[in-house]
Design a protein around this ligand. Sequence first.
Ligand SMILES: [Zn+2]
Length: 186
Amino acid sequence: MGTTTYPRVGGHPAFDLVDTVHWRLDDTRAIDTLVDFDAVLDWCAEIDLIDRDAVASTAPDVAAAEHTAIIALREAVYEAVFEDSPDAAALIAREHIEALSRSSLERDDVRWRWHPPADPTGPRTAIAFLAHDLLTSDLRSARRCGDEACGWVYLDTSPRHNRIWCTAAGCGNRNRVKRHHARSRT
Ligand SMILES: [Zn+2]
């Protein structure tokens, strides 16, 4: 904790959540870094999403159920945005409605803001808000990394809307090297 271990290339926290799966497009290499509820809490803490103390003593069976539901939400974000899945959108709609019913609207210095409950459903609630926020925003700049296996997703906010890679140093560089070798072989 405290150090950045999760990628932040998505341009929206709901895409950062999708990007907790590495090598999504290659079944033999895919790694899900959100292995359990604790990992979800680490991820939430990294982006200041919830108060970790509020969920500190979650019972194991509750934690397991919340973890499963959060992974389903994450996959629904990917499927709704990149596969236009109505089932995925319906799941997010359901979770969003439930999230609203569990939350309270509270005034801060700037505005009224939805606050997730300080209980084990807090992370799922906050993530449901993120997912709904992303889905109902302008998705024309939603992209998937050009690498054939990577599968990281992001909002392309580059001035010319021509961002091909999740990261220039990672997938960008590796694919440029690969292409260079392919060219020099022929
Ligand atoms: Zn990539």
